[in-house]
Design a protein around this ligand. Structure first.
Ligand SMILES: [Zn+2]
Length: 534
């Protein structure tokens, strides 16, 4: 068995997301993953079938097991109660505390019980924050949770990994405080508590704030669990902020309510004309047959289908991490529901934090896709701006030449800009510093354009205004390095001439505008102009 601190291994990363391996005494769990909640009394889908689908961690409730099986469970163990050998996580009854206001068990008692029934990952009996509680109450409960957390760590837990939950709900200062205190305690896994209400009400933007606040105040490298967040829509967003594990009963609860999951939301079973899925369940039945079935039987099938959808989402998210395209994936997903759009907007507010940990290079380099102005808020672009601001010095040339971006990239290798560069070199004209202005990156100096990610992107043509600010910024900042500034633009393009003139004036220079006409060769027009103005 690995030492405690080595129980979580990070294999690859994108944004704050990571592919990891969590070592438990019953085996290795690949993360990020969804952890299906198993009702130990009766479950819509047998736990062994869930494992067969490809889930490698289940969660069940030690409190319910204790009430139902008592001492017997200590003899047979939780694995044989569920009939699986895969790793099992147990919850402590905190959820029941949240729902019913009390549980008749002591924190130490339930911790001891989790160890005795052979749980792989145990959770302390914390006090979940209720939505709507006053700040005073939440503060008191957070303190009580921290006290119990401290106590739990001194408890002999053998090989069981232990989870320390952050509480505080929507009082973000209390969330931060709770996370800071917990980060000084040596938990194997940290968790973010009580988002259930937020998820139910589709308050995804607030959920992002909750997760980000906890993450910023916890040890970044430790595994992080999010309680009760099993909606396929929110999984990639939480993963992007560094969540590794989610437990959820959503597959069963939705099935009970006749709700059929899709990667883009849920559909009520009675409205299904088609089964828009090719999982083993949906491949063998029609929508009509499903609707005609007795409720209990249908519930089982829908639950199983829902599990397949969740697994699909987990795997698609992992693949995006491997490819370094998670932000692309989030942008595409954010169109599925307005509250996801809000989640995306909130996520952008943490770009500074995300950029700090986002790996600079990826093993599998893929082109970035840009859809609209919002794509410009990506950590990779934010990083590019920081570098251009803090680490860039223009080469010693007399004239700055600004050229409009082309579809051929890198600009210095393909298309007419590459040809222009070559011709100038052949003519031994070295007065000019060529830079390209881009909807995405603002300014790309030609000598940098082969560096990732400038050279590897595909951008839709969109009418934005904000990128002009970055172009103006570059002129303001670096204009003073040159004697002259020449701005080429496609004739008819909507260029904010005045703003650019003002930016040049601030650097003490005049900006000359030169239109490039469509009917003639761009290369020859620009080349002739540059040769003539020497
Ligand atoms: Zn299906």
């Amino acid at each position: 068995m690995k030492k405690r601190k080595d129980r979580f291994e990070i294999v690859s990363e994108d944004l704050l997301a990571r592919i990891g391996k969590l070592y438990t005494k019953s085996g290795v769990v690949r993360t990020p993953t969804l952890v299906p909640v198993i009702n130990p009394a009766k479950n819509a889908v047998p736990p062994s079938s869930i494992v067969e689908m490809g889930y490698d961690l289940l969660i069940t409730n030690a409190y319910i097991i204790k009430r139902r099986f008592g001492k017997e469970a200590e003899t047979v163990g939780v694995h044989s109660i569920l009939g699986v050998e895969t790793p099992i996580m147990t919850d402590s009854g905190a959820y029941q505390l949240l729902m019913y206001g009390e549980v008749d068990v002591e924190p130490e008692e339930i911790l001891d019980y989790q160890v005795k029934i052979g749980s792989d990952i145990g959770v302390i009996l914390d006090i979940p924050t209720k939505v709507g509680s006053s700040r005073e109450v939440v503060k008191r409960e957070v303190e009580e949770t921290l006290r119990r957390a401290q106590q739990a760590l001194s408890f002999e837990r053998g090989e069981m990994l232990l989870v320390g939950p952050v509480q505080g709900g929507m009082y973000l200062d209390l969330v931060a405080y709770s996370a800071q205190r917990l980060s000084q305690m040596d938990f194997d896994i940290y968790a973010v508590g009580s988002p259930t209400q937020l998820l139910k009400e589709y308050r995804f933007g607030e959920l992002i704030k909750l997760i980000a606040t906890a993450k910023m105040n916890l040890p970044v490298g430790s595994p992080l669990h999010l309680f009760g967040a099993g909606h396929p829509l929110i999984i990639p967003f939480a993963v992007a902020l560094g969540v590794d594990l989610f437990d959820s009963a959503s597959y069963a609860l939705y099935a009970m309510g006749d709700r059929y999951m899709t990667p883009y939301g849920t559909i009520r079973v009675e409205r299904l004309k088609e089964l828009p899925c090719s999982c083993p369940v949906c491949s063998n039945i029609s929508a009509e047959d499903l609707k005609a079935m007795p409720k209990a039987e249908r519930e089982k099938l829908v639950a199983k289908h829902n599990l397949y959808i969740l697994l699909y989402e987990v795997r698609a998210t992992r693949q995006a991490i491997e490819e370094g395209t998670l932000w692309n994936y989030l942008e595409a997903k954010s169109r599925a529901h307005p509250s996801l759009h809000e989640a995306m907007r909130q996520l952008r507010r943490y770009v500074h934090f995300i950029e700090k940990y986002d790996p600079v290079t990826h093993v599998n380099v893929s082109a970035e896709f840009f859809y609209d102005e919002e794509s410009r808020y990506r950590p990779s672009i934010y990083r590019y701006f920081l570098r251009l601001r803090d680490r860039y010095t223009p080469p010693p040339r007399k004239v700055l030449v600004l050229l409009p971006e082309t579809s051929e990239k890198p600009f210095s290798r393909y298309g007419w800009i590459a040809e222009l560069k070559k011709r100038l070199e052949e003519l031994k004209i070295d007065a000019y510093h060529l830079v390209v202005y881009s909807r995405i990156y603002g300014i790309i100096p030609l000598e940098l354009d082969e560096l990732y990610p400038c050279s590897q992107y595909e951008a839709a043509t969109f009418e934005g205004r904000e990128y002009w600010n970055d172009i103006a910024w570059f002129i303001r900042r670096y204009g003073g390095f040159y004697r002259d500034l020449i701005f080429f633009y496609e004739d008819g393009a909507r260029v904010p001439f005045q703003a650019l003139v003002a930016a040049a004036a601030e650097s003490g220079k005049r900006l000359e505008f030169v239109p490039i006409r469509k009917e003639k060769s761009r290369l020859l027009q620009v080349l002739e102009f540059l040769k003539a103005s020497l």
